[in-house]
Design a protein around this ligand. Structure first.
Ligand code: ZN
Length: 133
């Protein structure tokens, strides 16, 4: 949404965009550091992003998780770096699988380090053969 993120929701307040009295005020933050407290309809006017109530709540949950991660990373930088490295490795592995034409969410690794395709039909069923990663 054009560099903006929803970062908080609070009860009441006055929209900083249109001045309306609000039941809920959404705090939005731009990546350049600007923040604004606005009503949900003014999220669209400011960011260009039409956001449903559900999407706004979801964005809020993501922001809360991001904030918790930032807090954790500040308190435990070594552990955070190790976790980040593991995520990066997983992402690289998934990219390699995709490049090999395998859906990473349907790939299972055997003890030999080979991947095989799995088609998900209720239970995991292993369909086609093996492909090297
Ligand atoms: Zn407004």
């Amino acid at each position: 949404m054009n560099g903006w993120k929803i970062t908080a929701k609070s009860n009441g307040g006055q929209c900083e965009h249109c001045g309306a009295s609000l039941k809920f005020m959404w705090t939005i933050r731009h990546e350049d550091g600007r923040t604004m407290g606005v009503g949900r309809t003014c999220i669209k006017r400011v960011t260009g992003w039409t956001v449903s109530a559900q999407e706004a709540e979801n964005a809020l949950r993501v922001a809360a998780m991001d904030a918790r991660w930032d807090e954790f990373a500040a308190a435990y930088p070594e552990q955070a770096a190790a976790i980040q490295a593991a995520w990066d490795a997983t992402r690289a592995e998934q990219a390699a699988l995709r490049a090999a034409g395998i859906d990473p969410y349907c790939a299972v690794q055997n003890p030999a380090g080979e991947y095989r395709y799995a088609a998900r039909t209720g239970n995991w069923e292993f369909a086609a053969g093996y492909a090297a990663a």
